[in-house]
Design a protein around this ligand. Structure first.
Ligand code: FES
Ligand SMILES: [Fe+2]
Length: 350
C-alpha cells in the first residue's frame, strides 16, 4: 500500500518541538528527528545515524548540533556532519542526514516527505481560524493503530454517529437526514442537515440547555489530500432559544505513521474576543469530543485494522453502501495522486 510522498503532512504541533530536546516521530514509515535550531526554526532530519544506524534522538542537542549517542559524530541542522571526533576528523562526503523541508504555520509544523525540490510548488492548506494571534486554540493528539485511509473514511462517514456514538454525540435522527456528497477537484465534502433533532445530552449540557432539547444540526466535513479534514458544525433553530446559534470549526489532520498506524492531530478554536467564557466553552467542548474520538472511534478503527491485517482494504471487496460515497471519492482522489506520483518521472518520491 504505497503512500503519497509529495505532499505536506503534519509532523507535530509547534509546542512539541524545542531547541533543548530531541524527539522522533515516524512519518510515512521513516524515522524523523524533530527539534528547533538556536533561532527557533523547526528542523526535520533523518533520525538514523549513517555510521551504524543509531537513533539520534537518544543523543545530545547543543546549539542546534545533534551528537550521536553511539560514537559522537555530530550533525548540524542541515544534516551535514559537523564533527568527527575520531582519528584525523575526516568527514566522508556521504556522512550526512536526509533533511526534510519543513514549514510552521498557525501552531502546526508541516513536513514534506517527498522530493524536496517540489516542496515550494505546493502551498500549505491554511487554517486561519487556528491563528493564535486572534484565536484561542486547543490542540490534541491521538495515535491510532489503524491505516490512515481507514481513519479518513471514518471522518467522512457521518452515519456512524447514530450507532457508534449513540451514547455521546449521536442521536436517532442522524440516518434519516439525507447524506450529501460533493467533490471539487481533489476536495471532497460530506454533509448532513438534521432537522428538529433531539440533541444528545452531552451537547445540551455543553450549551447549557435542558436535556432533550430539539434543534437543527448541520454537520459538514471537508477532506483535502493527503488526509486533512476540516469539520464545521452548526446548531440553530433551538427549541426555547430560537435566536441562538452555535458554530464550531475544527481540524482533524491525519499523517500516516506506518501502513497500519496513524498520527491524528485535532484542534478546536474560538475567537479571542469571546474571553474567559469562550475559553471555558472551548475546553469543555474539546474534552467532551475527545471522549467519542478516543473511546469510541479509536477502538473501532483498531478492531477493524486487526481484522484487515496487512491486506488492502479494497482488495477485501467491502460491501459498500451509499453512505460510503464521500469516503470512496476521497480514496479515489488519493489513488489517483499516488498513481500520478508513481507514473510521472519528475514527481517520483525522494
Ligand atoms: S552510530 Fe552514530 S556515530 Fe556511530
Ligand atoms: Fe466518529
Amino acid at each position: 500500500m504505497p503512500f503519497l510522498h509529495n505532499a505536506w503532512y503534519v509532523a507535530a504541533w509547534a509546542d512539541e518541538l524545542s531547541s533543548s530536546t530531541l524527539f522522533t516521530r515516524t512519518i510515512l514509515g521513516e524515522q524523523v528527528l524533530l527539534y528547533r535550531d538556536p533561532e527557533g526554526m523547526p528542523v526535520a532530519l533523518s533520525n538514523i545515524c549513517p555510521h551504524r544506524f543509531a537513533p539520534l534522538h537518544k543523543g545530545r542537542l547543543d546549539k542546534g548540533i545533534v551528537e550521536c549517542p553511539y560514537h559522537g559524530l555530530a550533525f548540524n541542522s542541515n544534516g551535514q556532519c559537523a564533527r568527527n571526533p575520531h582519528g584525523n576528523g575526516h568527514i566522508p562526503p556521504n556522512m550526512k542526514l536526509r533533511q526534510y523541508p519543513v514549514r510552521e504555520q498557525f501552531g502546526i509544523v508541516w513536513i514534506w516527505p517527498g522530493d524536496a525540490a517540489l516542496a515550494d510548488e505546493t502551498a500549505l492548506l491554511t487554517h486561519d481560524f487556528l491563528d493564535p494571534a486572534h484565536n484561542m486554540v486547543t490542540m490534541r493528539y491521538l495515535r491510532m493503530k489503524a491505516n490512515y485511509q481507514l481513519t479518513i473514511d471514518n471522518a467522512l462517514d457521518l452515519s456512524h454517529l447514530q450507532y457508534l456514538h449513540a451514547g455521546s454525540i449521536g442521536s436517532d435522527s442522524i440516518v434519516r437526514s439525507e447524506p450529501a456528497f460533493r467533490q471539487e477537484g481533489n476536495t471532497v465534502w460530506s454533509t448532513r442537515q438534521i432537522h428538529s433533532e433531539k440533541l444528545p445530552n452531552d451537547i445540551c449540557k455543553l450549551l447549557g440547555l435542558p436535556n432533550e432539547t430539539h434543534a437543527n444540526r448541520r454537520l459538514e466535513v471537508r477532506c483535502d489530500p493527503p488526509g486533512l479534514i476540516t469539520l464545521r458544525v452548526e446548531v440553530n433553530g433551538i427549541e426555547g432559544a430560537p435566536t441562538l446559534s452555535y458554530t464550531t470549526r475544527s481540524v482533524h489532520l491525519r499523517t500516516p505513521e506506518t501502513e497500519s498506524t496513524t498520527h491524528y492531530f485535532y484542534a478546536f478554536s474560538y475567537p479571542m474576543e469571546m474571553g474567559k467564557k469562550g475559553a471555558d466553552f472551548l475546553k469543555n467542548l474539546t474534552d467532551m469530543l475527545t471522549y467519542p474520538f478516543e473511546k469510541e472511534d479509536l477502538p473501532m478503527l483498531e478492531m477493524q485494522q486487526q481484522i484487515i491485517g496487512n491486506k488492502d482494504f479494497m482488495s477485501m471487496q467491502p460491501t459498500l453502501l451509499p453512505i460510503d460515497g464521500a469516503a470512496i471519492r476521497a480514496r479515489r482522489v488519493m489513488d489517483q495522486l499516488i498513481a500520478d506520483e508513481r507514473d510521472t518521472p519528475h514527481l517520483k518520491q525522494a
